[in-house]
Design a protein around this ligand. Structure first.
Ligand SMILES: Cc1cc2nc3c(=O)[nH]c(=O)nc-3n(C[C@H](O)[C@H](O)[C@H](O)COP(=O)(O)OP(=O)(O)OC[C@H]3O[C@@H](n4cnc5c(N)ncnc54)[C@H](O)[C@@H]3O)c2cc1C
Length: 340
């Protein structure tokens, strides 16, 4: 069966910002057997853009060439010994549904990452993270195919250069890889991580004294539903900027100038992590609106589409925010979503 091709395809329902973009050609990849035909089609009509759940992507124009929507399905336990299991999921699987499936199998480790929108295949791209856990901690390996020449390759963690919301796949040298399956190492033994955010408070509020991993997932979901706008109601891509990592000297200068500023340990020695939300809020952007492009009223890090904003309008607002943070604090904000 050949991959499904649609021309002049609407992308509004395929991106969480609900940007009204149109793909010249949209290919849907449902079966790995269709990969050679899909790669031929991409090469015949470049440039190629890979699309998962569209929840970390901002369309600023109608993408030219071919959009490849990864819809590969399937998940299975590959191996289990000594209470540790190797689990594989195809790239097009919905991330949250996969997390729920692992919990239903009695396999633990992904519970803090419940309810992150998007696909399994995109989870290594920015090494998704939430509530004190990053995907890389449970990652085993992934299979990818080069869009350039069809080479198939298995990536171990060391090949992926995972960092804070980062991996080799976000950079020029890794951008041509199409991820088709990801494997995770999960455990039958719960090792709960409850210290981040309000997880303990949430469990306590529900009278859960001795939580199991599914309780933690439920608590994380409840907190996320309360805090973050639902893309089905208000278009957004979650955090629009990463929390900036700065050197300790700058962190110290800022701490002296702004005594209330939150400061966290950085991911490398000699660095500190600032709160992008705090910096943006201090610049007065929370709840700001430029037409239908806006900053969420409760969460300064989340840019939103109030209805008919274009991606270019949202990007223009993001640039103004970035400039004001640079001017006021001398700190460079880095965008989290991909710009297409
Ligand atoms: C409400 C909300 C909350 C969020 N919360 C979090 C959070 O807590 N933590 C977090 O880390 N992220 C969060 N995000 C961001 C987003 O959910 C993740 O980045 C997710 O992994 C994106 O998956 P996707 O399938 O939607 O990727 P897409 O948006 O489709 O793609 C993102 C990028 O990955 C590339 N890509 C996608 N699939 C593949 C593939 N198979 N092979 C190669 N490249 C691919 C795309 O080309 C693009 O560059 C949130 C988003 C929203 C809307």
């Amino acid at each position: 069966m050949a991959p499904v091709l649609r021309r002049a395809a609407q992308l509004k329902a395929l991106n969480s910002f609900a940007i009204d973009a149109r793909a010249e050609r949209l290919l849907e990849l449902r079966d790995v057997a269709d990969l050679p035909a899909a790669l031929d089609a991409l090469r015949a009509h470049p440039p190629a853009l890979v699309l998962g759940g569209g929840s970390n992507l901002l369309f600023t124009r109608d993408p030219p060439g071919t959009v490849l929507h990864v819809a590969l399905q399937g998940r299975r336990v590959l191996d289990e010994r000594g209470g540790e299991a190797l689990v594989e999921a195809a790239a097009g699987e919905n991330w949250h549904a996969f997390v729920e499936w692992t919990l239903a199998q009695g396999l633990y480790g992904l519970e803090n990452l419940a309810l992150i929108p998007g696909s399994v295949g995109a989870s290594p791209i920015q090494n998704i993270g939430a509530y004190g856990v990053e995907m890389r901690e449970r990652f085993d390996s992934l299979d990818a195919v080069s869009l350039a020449d069809g080479e198939r390759r298995r990536f171990a963690a060391a090949d992926c250069a995972f960092g804070y919301r980062d991996s080799v796949f976000r950079h020029a040298q890794g951008a041509h890889w199409l991820i088709i399956a990801v494997r995770f190492r999960l455990s039958r033994t719960p090792r709960l991580r409850l210290d981040y955010g309000e997880i303990r408070d949430e469990l306590r509020a529900h009278g859960v004294a001795d939580p199991a991993p599914p309780d933690v997932a439920r608590a994380v979901c409840a907190i996320r539903r309360r805090k973050l706008p639902d893309p089905a109601v208000l278009g957004n891509a979650g955090s629009f900027f990463k929390n900036p990592l700065v050197d300790l000297a700058l962190a110290e200068r800022l701490r002296v100038a702004h005594p209330g500023m939150p400061l966290h340990p950085g991911t490398s020695p000699g660095s500190a992590k600032l709160s992008a939300a705090w910096l943006i809020e201090r610049c007065g952007w929370k709840g700001h609106r430029d037409g239908d492009a806006g900053v969420h009223a409760a969460h300064a890090l989340v840019l939103v589409n109030h209805g008919h904003a274009s991606g270019a309008q949202i990007l223009a607002l993001a640039e103004r925010i970035r400039e004001s943070v640079r001017q006021r604090f001398g700190v460079e904000l880095e965008r989290e979503p991909a710009i297409a």
